[in-house]
Design a protein around this ligand. Structure first.
Ligand SMILES: [Zn+2]
Length: 297
C-alpha cells in the first residue's frame, strides 16, 4: 500500500491508527445503492454503511449521501472522496455527461453540492477511475507502473493509471473501453445506444442475455489485444461483478488476448482485481488523501 505523496521507504505503522488519527470519508454513488466508508490514510476501511439510492434527481441522491455520511458521527475527517457514474470534469467535479444510470444526473455539480452539505474538501471522479486508483495503490495493480483497469459489471468501463496517477485525457474519457468496436452485434445496447460496441457484448446484462460468459470474455480479450498495442501497460487489472465469475470469464479473456496480441505483448499480466466492492471506496478515499496532502502543502 502506498500513500500518495509519502516519501519512498517511509515505514508503515504496524498497528491501527488511534481513534483520533485523521481519516477520510469515501462515497460510491451507484444506480441501485449508495455506499460510504471511513478509510484511514493507508487505504484501510475502518467503517462502512450503505443505503438504497433514492428515486429522484441528482440533488435527492446527494442529500441521501450526505445523511449516510453524517451517520458516521464526529470522526476527525479531513476530506471526502467520491466515485460517481458518468464522465466527471476533474476540475469542477461536475457531471459532464451520463448514460441512464441515474435520472437527471448529467450536469449535477457533485463537488460543489457535497462541499456545501458536508463542509469537507471534496474530490470527485468517475467510479471506474476510483476503482482503478484504489487497485493501483492498494490492490492488484500495486507495484506496476502503467495499469489498464477494466471493470465488467452492469456496464463495461476502463481507466488508466501511470505511476499511480489517473490519466484523464483531453475530454475526460482516457481509458474508456466500452465503445471499442467488436465484430458482432450484442444482445443489449451499449450505453451510447450502439450494438457493435464492447459493452453491448461483454457487460453483465449482455452475458445474462446470452448465458455465454466465455464468449463474452473472448470478445474482451480480442479487444484488449488491439488496445494493448496502443497503450502498452505493465498490467491489466480486471474487476467488477462479472469478473467475480472468475475462471470461466477471466481464462477466456486471457486466452483470446494471448492468441491475438503482438508477440511482445503476450506476456502482459492480466490479473483479477484485489479489492472487490471496496475498490471505489478505497480509491476515492486515497484520492482525497492526495488532495488533503496538496492542501496542507
Ligand atoms: Zn458505445
Amino acid at each position: 500500500m502506498t500513500t500518495p505523496g509519502a516519501p519512498p521507504g517511509r515505514a508503515t505503522p504496524p498497528v491501527r491508527a488511534p481513534r483520533d488519527h485523521p481519516v477520510y470519508m469515501a462515497l460510491d454513488i451507484g444506480g441501485t445503492k449508495l455506499a460510504a466508508a471511513v478509510v484511514d490514510g493507508e487505504g484501510t476501511v475502518v467503517d462502512r454503511a450503505r443505503v438504497a439510492t433514492p428515486a429522484g434527481d441528482g440533488n435527492a441522491v446527494l442529500q441521501a449521501a450526505a445523511r449516510l455520511l453524517a451517520g458516521f458521527g464526529d470522526a476527525p475527517v479531513r476530506a471526502l472522496g467520491v466515485g460517481a457514474p458518468g464522465v466527471i470534469d476533474p476540475e469542477s467535479g461536475r457531471v459532464v455527461s451520463a448514460t441512464g444510470v441515474l435520472p437527471g444526473w448529467a450536469g449535477t455539480p457533485v463537488r460543489e453540492a457535497l462541499t456545501d452539505l458536508t463542509g469537507l474538501p471534496v474530490t470527485v471522479v468517475n467510479d471506474v477511475r476510483a476503482m482503478a486508483y484504489g487497485e493501483a495503490h492498494a490492490g492488484a495493480g500495486a507495484g506496476h507502473h502503467r495499469v489498464l483497469h477494466i471493470s465488467v459489471g452492469t456496464g463495461v468501463g476502463g481507466a488508466l493509471t501511470t505511476g499511480g496517477r489517473l490519466e484523464h485525457g483531453a475530454h475526460g474519457t482516457a481509458g474508456e473501453v466500452a465503445h471499442l468496436l467488436v465484430p458482432e452485434r450484442g444482445p443489449v445496447p451499449c450505453g451510447c445506444g450502439r450494438r457493435d460496441h464492447l459493452e453491448a457484448v461483454a457487460s453483465g446484462p449482455a452475458i445474462a442475455a446470452t448465458g455465454d460468459a466465455p464468449h463474452a470474455g473472448s470478445l474482451l480479450g480480442r479487444a484488449l489485444a488491439g488496445l494493448l498495442a496502443v497503450l502498452d501497460p505493465d498490467a491489466v487489472v480486471v474487476g467488477g461483478g462479472v469478473a467475480q465469475i472468475g475462471a470461466p470469464f477471466l481464462d477466456a479473456v486471457t486466452a483470446a488476448f494471448r492468441a491475438d496480441a503482438l508477440p511482445p505483448l503476450r506476456g502482459t499480466p492480466i490479473v483479477p482485481a484485489g479489492l472487490g466492492t471496496d475498490a471505489p471506496l478505497v480509491g476515492a478515499a486515497l484520492l482525497a488523501t492526495a488532495l488533503a496532502g496538496q492542501g496542507s502543502g
